[in-house]
Design a protein around this ligand. Structure first.
Ligand SMILES: Nc1ncnc2c1ncn2[C@@H]1O[C@H](COP(=O)(O)OP(=O)(O)OP(=O)(O)O)[C@@H](O)[C@H]1O
Ligand SMILES: [Mg+2]
Length: 323
């Protein structure tokens, strides 16, 4: 697992000895888990099938590429007592499926993503990737964090190259160079390749983080509010760019977002979380629009607004309960 951002303790060395690292051979206890309990209602929004949208090639498959079973996570409070953040999380993600997770602040979305990344350990329950228990970070899952996480003493090109060097060690030098160039071009950063992070804009930094994540060819892309820090115009462009890339490469993706429009535009299913503490999956909505998607076309459909309102009402309901 190459980190695109803090937590900093996983970075080794000082500024001069910059190396990305991932924990190897970290032995964690195998926890007992119970049989999965379906604690949410999976809602197939069949009424949203839009005549105006091409629905011939649904991309999402429900096979169990990533399996989350009866996940429970608690942390210790300052006074020593345990508080439950997540409970009874059950979710399967297909190998070509794009999932968004939405929920109010503090409900445990980042915690869930970090557990899938192997950066955080669940208190009980099981997470498997291709049938293998996730116990630590790995290059098969690549994380894109909200706040870029670029190494400031390296150029754009070097930031991507470092990840490639770390993970794809068996590639020849020429192949590494062409892989980096390919991914720079993919996110339109070829002309900024030799600039340092403090010489480029926020949107460009985020594109470096995304290119770096994609360059190591992970089986699963994990994104924690990847567009959250960007202005609306840049956010829209970058959403389209990431979706275009994903549509061409088709891998499993799990994205945390606060933005319902972003979730509908990009994902195949939307996981709606209840509020914390002890947050769980409230509902899972299927997005009935096939890929490739055209945002304009989606917005012209009645189904888009019905789905959007449904998700917003769910979030409002939980927000109101909190007040
Ligand atoms: N390492 C930690 N130690 C103790 N408590 C933690 C730790 N990490 C997260 N928490 C707590 O767990 C809860 C969930 O945090 P998390 O960051 O997962 O929420 P989130 O849904 O991602 O919120 P946001 O939308 O604001 O990013 C919060 O109450 C948070 O304070
Ligand atoms: Mg978060």
């Amino acid at each position: 697992m190459v980190l695109a951002s803090p937590p900093t303790p996983l970075f080794k060395g000082d500024l001069g000895g910059a190396r990305l690292c991932y924990k190897r051979d970290m032995q964690l206890p195998i926890t007992n888990y119970q049989l999965p309990i379906t604690n949410y209602q999976e809602r197939q929004m069949t009424q949203y099938t839009a005549a105006s949208i091409n629905t011939n090639s649904p991309v999402h498959n429900s096979s169990s590429f990533l399996e989350i079973e009866n996940l429970f996570k608690s942390y210790k409070s300052a006074d020593g007592s345990e508080f439950s953040v997540l409970e009874k999380i059950n979710l399967n993600i297909g190998e070509n499926e794009f999932i968004s997770v939405i929920g109010h602040s503090g409900c445990g979305k980042s915690t869930l993503l970090k557990i899938v990344a192997g950066l955080e350990k669940q208190s009980s329950g099981m997470v498997r990737l291709e049938g293998k228990e996730i116990r630590q970070p790995g290059a098969d899952r690549m994380m894109v964090f909200q706040h870029y996480g670029l190494l400031p003493w390296l150029t754009v090109r070097e930031n991507i190259r470092l990840a490639v060097d770390e993970v794809l060690q068996s590639l020849s030098r020429a192949d590494k160079i062409s892989l980096v160039n390919e991914h720079l071009a993919m996110v339109n950063l070829t002309s900024a390749a030799d600039k340092y992070p403090d010489q480029i804009s926020g949107g460009m930094k985020q594109r470096v983080g995304i290119a770096r994540a994609l360059a190591i060819r992970p089986k699963m892309l994990l994104m924690d509010e990847p567009f959250g820090a960007l202005d609306a115009l840049t956010r829209g462009k970058l959403q389209k760019q990431v979706l275009d890339i994903w549509e061409n490469h088709r891998q499993a993706a799990m994205m945390i977002t606060h933005d319902v429009d972003e979730a509908i535009y990009m994902s195949d299913r939307i996981v709606l979380m209840t509020n914390g503490p002890a947050a769980t999956i409230g509902e899972i909505l299927s997005v009935p629009f096939s890929h490739p998607r055209d945002r304009q076309q989606l917005r012209e459909s009645k189904e888009y607004y019905e789905l959007r309102n449904y998700a917003l009402n769910f979030l409002d309901r939980y927000f109101t309960q909190d007040e």
